[in-house]
Ligand binder design. Structure first.
Ligand SMILES: *Cc1c(COP(=O)(O)O)cnc(C)c1O
Length: 390
């Protein structure tokens, strides 16, 4: 047996985010709808860098941003991003005052949230939303900008239909008190990735009822939004006045109908190459044994860096334009590749996944190998991996 080591100065694993791909995907969505486009940049822009994705999307057709919690919204403000931002999932005691001062719009899933937001902001002087509303009216505080959130069928976030008309009436009273303005009504689809599923039409009907109820209470929400990536691509009836696009921006299409451009490439150098005899077992638990003499390459990437352990035994990486299997169990910090007789040298760079242009594996393939979805792969790349924006 012999082991070859990588030369000194060999780089560590590196994740490249292709902002050109994000720009192209954003344009694709903007061209698919006459509704406005909200770029959803929660979870650090689906792992691609929230501020980079936000700026790129805003420069290519998106006009609004969406995130989960207020902290994510405030982090974008700290980056100097002044576009409208909606935050849709917060505890009832979240810092709504800070959100209002930063001009962050808030989703309201319950009466308790409504009261907390009205109370928290009634005392403050929220920043008016200049993008949508033009110059502020100096004679009055605009109050908080809110989007009432109706549960349209996931039993997850959003108000239950039974609580909806009370929520709408209370919101209207708060408008008249000038503590808030209802600028939006939102719902979400459970089956948008299965376009023909009857759950979609049920949800659309419930959403239409929710809008009617809001209108009957005297509300005039400008932003009416139900569709995310998949419904924007497959269901024009769900578009209303705003589409919320997250996964699609980074090249993931849950409906599998549209060619989008994956924005992530993950690469790692081969740090050692060793020659092993037939019958040599590899890795924890010896789950793989070399059937013949072969070369094994070691990559400094493991599940702590976001590669799923469950892809052990099925995953591949590309080296010199050819695919090689990952063998044995993926470890926390490393994985082993069977190079066969390919004369790969330490220091050469393996592509773990990329857009697939050169035959390298894609995030979609890794998701299949691991029995998961692409979203889970891209949002879990670890902090140890160096990041580069291209
Ligand atoms: C994450 C999320 C989105 C974005 O969904 P994609 O399918 O990734 O476009 C939209 N709306 C809500 C409420 C979300 O949580």
């Amino acid at each position: 047996m012999s082991v070859l080591l990588a030369p000194r100065g060999t780089q560590s694993a590196e994740l490249t985010v292709d902002l050109g791909a994000i720009a192209e995907n954003t344009s694709t969505f903007a061209a698919r709808t006459s509704a406005a486009v909200m770029a959803v940049v929660k979870a650090d822009g689906f792992g691609h860098g929230a501020a980079d994705v936000a700026r790129t999307a805003l420069a290519n057709g998106a006009t609004r941003l969406g995130v989960t919690n207020v902290d994510e919204a405030l982090a974008l403000r700290d980056e100097g991003i002044d576009a409208p931002i909606l935050s849709w999932l917060n505890a009832v005691d979240a810092d709504f005052g800070a959100a209002g001062l930063a001009g962050v719009e808030l989703a309201v899933p319950s009466r308790e949230h409504l009261d907390a937001i009205a109370g928290g902001l009634g005392r403050g002087h929220p920043r008016p939303n200049l993008w949508d509303e033009g110059a502020p009216d100096p004679t009055r505080s605009p109050g908080a900008y809110v989007h009432l959130h109706l549960d349209t069928g996931l039993a997850r976030d959003g108000a239950e239909p039974e609580a909806w008309s009370d929520l709408c009436r209370a919101a209207r009273r708060a408008e008249l008190d000038r503590t808030l303005q209802v600028v939006g009504v939102m719902g979400h689809l459970s089956h948008a990735d299965v376009p023909g599923d009857s759950a979609n039409s049920t949800a659309r009907t419930r959403f239409a009822w929710g809008l009617q109820t809001a209108r009957a209470a005297g509300l005039r929400p400008r932003w009416r939004h139900l569709a995310a990536t998949a419904a924007t691509l497959t269901d024009p009836l769900a578009h209303h006045t705003l589409c919320r696009i997250g996964a699609g921006l980074v090249g993931i299409d849950p409906s599998r109908t549209t060619r989008l451009r994956p924005a992530m490439t993950l690469q790692a150098p081969v740090v050692t190459v060793r020659r092993v005899r037939a019958g040599t077992p590899v890795g924890y638990g010896h789950t793989w044994t070399a059937p013949a003499a072969t070369y094994l390459g070691l990559l400094p990437l493991g599940y702590a860096d976001g590669l799923p352990l469950s892809a052990s035994g099925t995953a591949h990486v590309a080296l010199r334009g050819r695919r090689h299997p990952v063998v044995g169990r993926i470890s926390m910090d490393q994985l082993v590749v069977d190079l066969g007789d390919d004369p790969v040298l330490p220091g050469e760079v393996a592509t773990v996944f990329g857009p697939g242009d050169a035959g390298e594996p894609t995030v979609a393939e890794w998701a299949t190998w691991a029995g998961t979805i692409e979203h889970e792969i891209v949002t879990r790349i670890g902090s140890r991996v160096r990041r580069r924006v291209a």
